[in-house]
Design a protein around this ligand. Structure first.
Ligand code: TXA
Ligand code: MG
Length: 326
């Protein structure tokens, strides 16, 4: 039985107790819901991989309530500290060299010599992390390869019965995962576009490498960011990108005013706003997938979304959703 906890003092204390005891608790962040475990307990970390069906070569992000706690686990450069001052708490994950004294379990970092760290901008998440003793490993709380959850109901649908509890904080405000920036090398490199637009990072620290990896699932072991498998965020129905019309047997993921007709439509943003579209993306993919399957439709047609701001992250997720699943 997976318990649904309320985001009040009692619920937070209970969730923290479960985490300290080695249990798995999903919790909201401003980006998506995370599946939390105490990053210092190897068995708890292993249970995260098992519950998600996640391959062990794909490392987890460690979450902290404040920058000081995060920097205690890694070797922070001056630029990393500057980024933290400007963007934490918030949707930025930094990959840094693991600190010599880090007690984060090796499996959380998939055995790499780096660790991904982030301080989420969600008061309940930070209260939970602090109460649980910091260093909470938390991938998105979906089954591996599926669509990220932006509501407690999504987590229940994917992981209900497999985890101890979900701390229900309502829908995630941003709706798309954090931007992952590799700060472990000579110069910063974008590993995953996300909730913090790369333009904002570049305004702060100058040009950032765009090593967005044309990943191939089979080649995952050698990748700098092994989570960047091509096929990811995949609904069950096939996804067709760049649609201007929907076929009779297709549902439509629309963007902008006056979309073409379709039997089933989810409009990401009628006013053509990419920030609103990001917040509605994963809920839309989940809803369209379920409703279209029920109606016997054969696929999901997706209209073009501009590349600026959060559009880069949206297009990244859509490209992965459209990639073949094997
Ligand atoms: O917004 C988010 O980032 C959410 C919330 C819960 O914080 N978390 C999330 O985690 O999206 P996950 O596991 O679904 O995605 C983490 C990404 C993966 O692509 C993983 O490969 C990459 O970060 N990553 C983690 N540790 C890394 C490392 N040491 N080096 C390179 N990439 C790493
Ligand atoms: Mg994920």
């Amino acid at each position: 039985m997976t318990r649904l906890l309320r985001p009040d003092a009692g619920g937070i204390a209970e969730a923290a107790g479960l985490l300290r005891g080695g249990g798995l608790v999903a919790f909201a962040t401003e980006t998506v819901y995370g599946l939390g475990a105490d990053a210092r307990q190897g068995r708890a970390v292993a249970a995260v991989f098992a519950a998600k069906g996640r391959p062990h070569f794909n490392p987890l992000i460690c979450h902290f309530s404040q920058a000081e706690a995060a920097f205690a686990e890694v070797q922070a450069s001056a630029v990393a500290v500057r980024l933290a001052e400007q963007f934490w708490p918030g949707p930025l994950t930094m990959v840094l060299r693991r600190g010599a004294n880090s007690r984060v379990d090796l499996l959380a970092g998939a055995g790499l010599d780096t660790l991904a760290v982030r301080v989420p901008a969600h008061a309940v998440a930070r209260a939970l992390i602090a109460a649980a003793g910091e260093a909470i490993a938390a991938p998105s709380a979906n089954r591996s390869g599926g669509v990220s959850p932006t509501a407690a109901a999504h987590v229940m649908a994917d992981l209900g019965g497999r985890i101890a509890a979900v701390l229900d904080c309502g829908p995630s405000s941003l709706g798309i995962e954090s931007t992952v920036l590799d700060m472990s090398g000579e110069r910063p490199r974008l590993l995953r576009p996300g909730g913090l637009p790369v333009e904002a990072i570049e305004a702060a620290i100058g040009v950032v490498g765009r090593g967005i990896i044309p990943a191939q699932a089979g080649a995952a072991r050698g990748l700098r960011s092994p989570g960047l498998l091509v096929s990811h965020y995949a609904p069950r129905l096939p996804v067709r990108l760049g649609a201007v019309d929907a076929e009779k047997n297709e549902a439509l993921l629309a963007f902008g005013a006056h979309p073409p007709p379709a039997r089933l439509v989810w409009n990401l943003s009628e006013r053509g706003d990419v920030t609103e579209a990001a917040a509605r993306l994963f809920a839309g993919l989940r809803w369209l997938d379920a409703a279209a399957l029920e109606l016997g439709l054969a696929g999901i047609a997706v209209m073009a979304v501009p590349m600026d701001g959060l559009g880069l992250a949206i297009n990244d997720r859509l490209a992965r959703a459209a990639a073949p699943t094997s």
